[in-house]
Design a binder for this molecule. Sequence first.
Ligand SMILES: Cc1cc2nc3c(=O)[nH]c(=O)nc-3n(C[C@H](O)[C@H](O)[C@H](O)COP(=O)(O)OP(=O)(O)OC[C@H]3O[C@@H](n4cnc5c(N)ncnc54)[C@H](O)[C@@H]3O)c2cc1C
Length: 238
Amino acid sequence: MLSEILEVKPETPSVTSFKYTKPANFSYSPGQFTNIELDIADCDERCNKRNFSLVSSPTDDYLMFATRVGASRFKQTTETLTNGNQFHLTGPFGRFILNEDERVGAVMLSGGIGITPLHSMIKYATYKQLPKPITLIYSNSTADDIPFKKDLDEYATQNKHFQAHYTVTNTADTPPSGGWTGRKGRIDETMIQELIPNWQICEFYVCGPAQMVIEIKKLLVNMGLDVEKLKSELFTGY
Ligand SMILES: Cc1cc2nc3c(=O)[nH]c(=O)nc-3n(C[C@H](O)[C@H](O)[C@H](O)COP(=O)(O)OP(=O)(O)OC[C@H]3O[C@@H](n4cnc5c(N)ncnc54)[C@H](O)[C@@H]3O)c2cc1C
C-alpha cells in the first residue's frame, strides 16, 4: 500500500512523530503495527523496513508512527522525510490489542517509546467514551523527554476512567539537582500495589524496549499475576 507523509513533528528532544495518509479500506485495532518501507538506495532486505506501532487511534482519519532518533540508515532517512514524501507500508499486524470489555480493568506499563501502541488504545478508549478503567504507569529516563505526555494528560482530563502516572529514573532530574518533583525510580512492585490496589483482577499491557519488557514480565509473574492476564509487545532494536 502506498502512503504519504502529512506532518513531521518533534515530540521531545529525542522522539519524532510522522502523520501519514490512511490508505483506502485500511482498518486496524488499537495497538497494532505496520511495516514501513522507505526508499533507501543500496539496501538489503532489513535496511529499509521497520515495524512501527500505530500511535493513532482507529477513529482518526490519518495514521501515525513515532520513533527515536537513531544512527541506522533507516533512522537517518526518517530524519529527511517531509510532507508529500511517499512510501510503502504493509499491515496491520499484531495481537497486542485492547480488550474492550469494560468489566476488566487495564493496567498499562510502559517505558520510553513503548508508549506508542498504548497511546492508540488510550486515545481510542477516550474517543469512544469506553467506561473501562485504564491506569498507565509510564517510565522515562528524563523529565523533558516523555513522549506524548501532553496528550496523555489531556485524555486524563477528558476520560474519568483513565489515570496517567509518570516516573523518572535519571536521578540528575530529581531534587536536589533537578526539578522533577513527581514519582521517581523504575516501575516496581511497591509502585504497582500502591497505584492499583486491585491489580490482581486487571489485565496488564506491557510495552517498551526488550530489556524493560522482559524485566517487567518477570516482576509481574513473581508478584503472582496469572500469565493469561499479561499482554506484551517487545520493541526489538533498542
Ligand atoms: C511490533 C513492533 C513494534 C515496534 N514499534 C516501534 C515504535 O512504535 N517506535 C519505534 O521507535 N520502534 C518500534 N519498534 C522497533 C523498530 O522496529 C526498530 O527495530 C527500532 O526502532 C530500532 O531501529 P533502528 O533502525 O534504530 O536500529 P536497528 O537497525 O534495528 O539497529 C539496532 C541497533 O544498532 C544500532 N545501529 C544501527 N545502525 C547503526 C550505525 N550505522 N551506526 C551505529 N549504530 C547503529 C542502532 O542504534 C540500534 O541500537 C517496533 C518493533 C516491533 C517488533
